[in-house]
Design a binder for this molecule. Structure first.
Ligand code: R2B
Ligand code: URA
Length: 297
């Protein structure tokens, strides 16, 4: 791994057996025997919805000779499945929720790989999700190159002195390109580009259809045109944090694959039919699995 901002002060004691690590939101601790089955994990796949995680794990099991699917018992926060080297976990909506999921999963990977940096770095991370397209019609899949906040700066969080920690929002471009290459025959429209993570579906995505609306058509279009001009191709709610935290530890293999549900240059409401929305979200799953089957053996 390139950098090593790993929280050794806490995590080394877990490896030394001084105390277990409690992955509270997943309902397990590092000393739970179920985790022994996850040791061979090669990829961690996250998406917003728990139902989708169950579908992904079923699909992956079918692609791998019906290998056994393990479930973590607590599902009121995140739904988790493990099958054939892949850990699937839902993260809910938005960075506050997804950051809890990601932090506990990073700690879990550290424990599962005994803190071995080379083994940890072999793990591939992905978020698969939905998004609003910027200049792209619904159904296009965007593979992200940079995860930015609505001001086109990377993810930040307040520090103890109430200044800010800044994180690196870049996604490894080689992985993004490999994902696109693995899908050149899929027939699915795919684009590569920057992605904005809004801290809100309505306000920080500058919609005019929220219960609370602070924008007008002109300020919304100014923002959309500005981000488009700067290479942003879609808007979602987690990617800037995800890249920031994975870069912080120095992971080198991660990606975000999001289908677009609408073109935000043409409106705010998600009006596609249920069938269309299903196809759109299937698209991002197909793009992921075409890559996984080539890389996770
Ligand atoms: C995409 O879709 C969700 C909001 O509808 C959010 O989690 C995201 O990033
Ligand atoms: N998810 C988002 O966060 N924004 C959209 O416009 C669509 C899906």
């Amino acid at each position: 791994m390139k950098t090593q901002n790993i929280n050794h002060a806490f995590l080394d004691g877990v490896l030394e057996g001084k105390y277990p690590d409690v992955y509270y939101h997943f309902g397990v601790s590092s000393d739970d025997p179920i985790l022994k089955n996850f040791k061979d994990v090669k990829a961690v796949i996250m998406c917003g919805s728990g139902g989708r995680i169950i579908e992904f794990a079923d699909k992956w099991s079918k692609m791998n000779k019906n290998k056994k699917i393990y479930a973590l018992p607590k599902e009121e926060r995140f739904v988790t499945r493990y099958c054939a080297g892949v850990l699937f976990a839902s993260h809910g909506m938005g960075m506050p929720s997804a950051s809890i999921c990601l932090q506990e999963l990073m700690r879990m990977i550290f424990f599962l790989k005994d803190g071995n940096l080379d083994e940890m770095d072999k793990v591939f991370w992905a978020r698969v999700g939905t998004s609003g397209g910027v200049g792209l019609e619904g159904g296009t899949v965007v593979v992200t190159t940079d995860g930015l906040m609505a001001d086109l700066k990377p993810y930040r969080a307040l520090n103890g002195g109430l200044g800010e920690y800044w994180f690196d929002g870049r996604f490894p471009v080689k992985i993004a390109q490999d994902i696109i290459d693995a899908n050149c025959d899929s027939g699915i429209p795919i684009a590569m580009g920057k992605t904005v993570a809004g801290n809100e579906f309505f306000l920080e995505q500058f919609r005019l259809d929220g219960a609370v609306c602070m924008e007008n058509l002109q300020s919304k279009m100014n923002w959309l045109n500005w981000i488009h001009k700067n290479g942003v191709r879609n808007i979602e709610m987690e990617g800037a944090m995800m890249a920031g935290y994975l870069n912080h530890w120095g992971f080198s293999k991660f990606a975000m694959i999001c289908c677009t549900l609408l073109n935000r240059l043409n409106g705010d409401q998600v009006t596609a039919t249920k069938e269309k929305l299903h196809t759109y979200s299937e698209n991002s799953g197909v793009v992921l699995f075409n890559y996984l089957k080539k890389t996770v053996k």
